[in-house]
Each structure stands twice: as C-alpha cells, then as structure tokens.
Design a protein around this ligand. Structure first.
Ligand code: NAD
Ligand code: ZN
Length: 342
C-alpha cells in the first residue's frame, strides 16, 4: 500500500510502498478515504526540533482521517466491515489517575496517532478499538475527515456557555473558523474573529462571524463600540498561539470573562497578570477533545445542520502531497485535504 513516511535526518516526506498493517485482536483495520493536513504534520514535514525529539522516524505520519472498516480483530464486537469511521488520535494509558476516573482527555501520558505511533497518511491504518469513532450514516467522508480539528473547535467553543454572549475568537485558522460556526450555532450574540491574514478573515465571515477584523489595522475597542457592546467580550477563544492575540483578549474582555486557550505559543511569553486578577478572569487551557463527549456533540451539531464545509479550501490526490503542503504553507488556504480514494 501507499504511505507518506517520515525519515530521520531530512526535511520532507516520502510516498512509499509499505506492507498493509496487521490488526491485532483488539484493533480495527481502516481503509483510508480522506485525510486532513494539520499544523503538526507541517512541523513533522519541516523536521523542526520538536518533531526530531518526538517522532520515532522512520514512520507513517498523519492523524486527521476518515475511512471504512476493512477488517476487525478477533476481539472487536460492535463494529461492521464497511462502516465509515475516524479515530480519536490520543491513545490514553488507561491506568493513570485520570484515566481510571474516566477523565481520559486528562491522561498523564497520551500517545499521538501519526506522532508517536504510525498514522493515517496511507491506504490503510490500524486503530485500537477503543479509539474508533463510528460516523453518522450518510456523512460525507470529507466532513468526517475533519472530526479531529473540528473536535478541538467544539471542545474549546463549548467549554463556556456562549448563548447570548459576545465572543472574541483570535485566529481564523481551520480551528478558529470551525469554532466561529459552532458558537454562532450555539446562540452567541456577536462573534468577532481576528486574524492578520485577510484570506482567512473572509472565510471567517462565511463561517458566520459578525465582524472579521485585522487587529493590526483596526482597533477592537472601536469595533465593540460599532457593535453596541459596552463592557467587553464575555467569552474569548484563543486559537492563534500569538502573544499579541492574548494581549488583545486581556484588553477587550469584560470583568469576569471566560477565556479558553487552544492556540499553542511557540515560546513562553509574559502577560499582565494584574489584568487577570483585577478583572477576575477565568483562563482554561484546552487540549485535544473530551472522550467522547466532544465527539458526541460533533454528531449533534452536524445532525442539527451545522455546515463546516467552507473551511475546506484545497483538495489533492495523495500523490500530489507536495502541492498540498505548499498550499498549506501559502497565506491563502483553510483546511487542505488529501484524497486516498476517488
Ligand atoms: P493555524 O496556524 O492554521 O491558524 C492560526 C491563525 O492565527 C493563522 O491564521 C494566523 O494568521 C493567526 N494569527 C497570527 N497572529 C495573530 C494575531 N496576532 N491575532 C489573531 N490571529 C493571529 O492553526 P489551526 O490549525 O487553526 O490551530 C489553531 C491553534 O491551535 C494553533 O496554534 C495550533 O498549534 C493549536 N492547536 C492546539 C491544539 C490543542 O489540543 N491545544 C490542537 C490543534 C491545534
Ligand atoms: Zn492515562
């Protein structure tokens, strides 16, 4: 089968012919249909310090996927050949304090699909049965392939109540864009999205933003005034990893605001803690998806008509992966997907 393999000591990926993986008794073999390229995959492609320290190359990478069940291990009841599935990409240890208490998203030592163990950029992959997510019948495999980052968006967007609230989202990457649609759907009043990339600001408007703003060109205080807001945003979702975005959040949220942080900063950075204290802000870090409540809510949102498809801006055949990575690096893309089946 074909697989995109990361080799040590070099930038890039290779599309290679490798053996189809063998499912163990508790595993599911999935025939991959569509995969999404994530920022993590770009770090692995570029082979930066984090990737070198983390990925046990040579290894097949990729973790955002949808596909059909091709074979079941001997101890996998409840699934059928041909079902459309994805997988929770965090493999939990099962025996730390939080795992034992059922809080698996807080596992002490999760391993990542396509990061620590062989991934989904291939014709087939093996997933442990406890990580398989069966999709709603009839769901488009393209939308199904978004469930990993869609889950990041849903987990962050619904961490705090947003009904009737004014929400600031910093960062209109694929996750910020999907979060925009989610908070709109969940009844937020005004949704202001910031980014420094104008292509993405346009996408944010398509996803339902009340206003999409470049904070280096427009003052967020003035935007609040135009929208009739008096005291600041009630909820903020940080989805850029940028220290400047965090400063925008601290100076534009209401006293007692709720702030969810998903964006990963590349380096530690200072913030003005006196604002957090005097304004009595709540700041919550978000990692991955809740297992499996976030997945359940994704189904509910899709069944309820939420349309996240505009986030996909580029589709490539797997063999054109170099063009796909180029598109991802360009300033003009949302989610870039790779097709393994036609
Ligand atoms: P992305 O890199 O595609 O999007 C980030 C966006 O932030 C970009 O469009 C960029 O132009 C914008 N940006 C840069 N500076 C800004 C500023 N000052 N103000 C507003 N926007 C600014 O990323 P993505 O795939 O959408 O993911 C969003 C973030 O979440 C990334 O930082 C990613 O590393 C992180 N992430 C975290 C988790 C988790 O579990 N915590 C999971 C996936 C991704
Ligand atoms: Zn654990």
């Amino acid at each position: 089968m074909r697989a995109l393999v990361k080799h040590p000591d070099e930038v890039g990926l290779h599309l290679e012919d490798v053996p189809v993986p063998e499912p163990g008794p508790d595993d599911v073999l999935v025939e991959v249909h569509t995969t999404g390229i994530c920022g993590t995959d770009l770090h692995i492609y570029e082979w930066d310090d984090w990737a070198r320290d983390t990925v046990p190359a040579p290894m097949t990478v990729g973790h955002e996927f949808s596909g059909h069940i091709a074979a079941l291990g001997s101890n996998v009841p409840g699934f059928e050949i041909g079902e459309l599935v994805s997988a929770e990409g965090h493999m939990v240890c099962g025996h730390c304090r939080n795992c034992l208490a059922g809080r698996r998203h807080l596992c002490h030592q999760p391993r990542g699909l396509g990061v620590d163990i062989p991934g989904a950029f291939a014709d087939y992959l093996v997933v442990p049965k406890g990580n398989v997510w069966r999709h709603l019948e009839g769901l488009d495999p393209e939308i199904a392939s978004l469930f990993d980052p869609f889950g990041n968006a849903v987990h962050t967007a619904l961490k705090f109540p947003v009904f009737g609230e004014d929400v600031l989202i910093t960062g209109a990457g694929p996750i910020g864009l999907m979060a925009t649609a989610v908070v709109r759907h969940a009844g937020a009043r005004k949704v202001v999205v910031t980014d420094v990339n104008h292509f993405r600001l346009e996408l944010a408007e398509r996803m339902g933003a009340t206003r999409a703003v470049d904070p280096t060109q427009s003052d967020l205080g003035a935007v609040q005034e135009e929208l009739g807001m008096l005291e600041g945003f009630d909820v903020a979702l940080e989805m850029s990893g940028s220290p400047a975005a965090m400063r925008d959040i601290l100076s534009n949220t209401i006293h007692g605001a709720n702030i969810a942080l998903l964006g990963l900063p590349s380096d530690p950075y200072p913030i003005d803690w006196s604002v957090v204290i005097f304004n009595m802000l709540t700041i919550k870090g978000i990692y991955g998806r809740e297992m499996y409540d976030t997945w359940y809510k994704m189904n509910v949102l899709i069944q309820d008509g939420l349309d996240i498809s505009p986030v996909i801006t580029h589709r490539f055949a797997a063999e054109d992966f170099e063009d796909a990575f180029t598109a991802l690096r360009s300033a003009e893309s949302g989610k870039v997907i790779l097709r393994w089946r036609t």
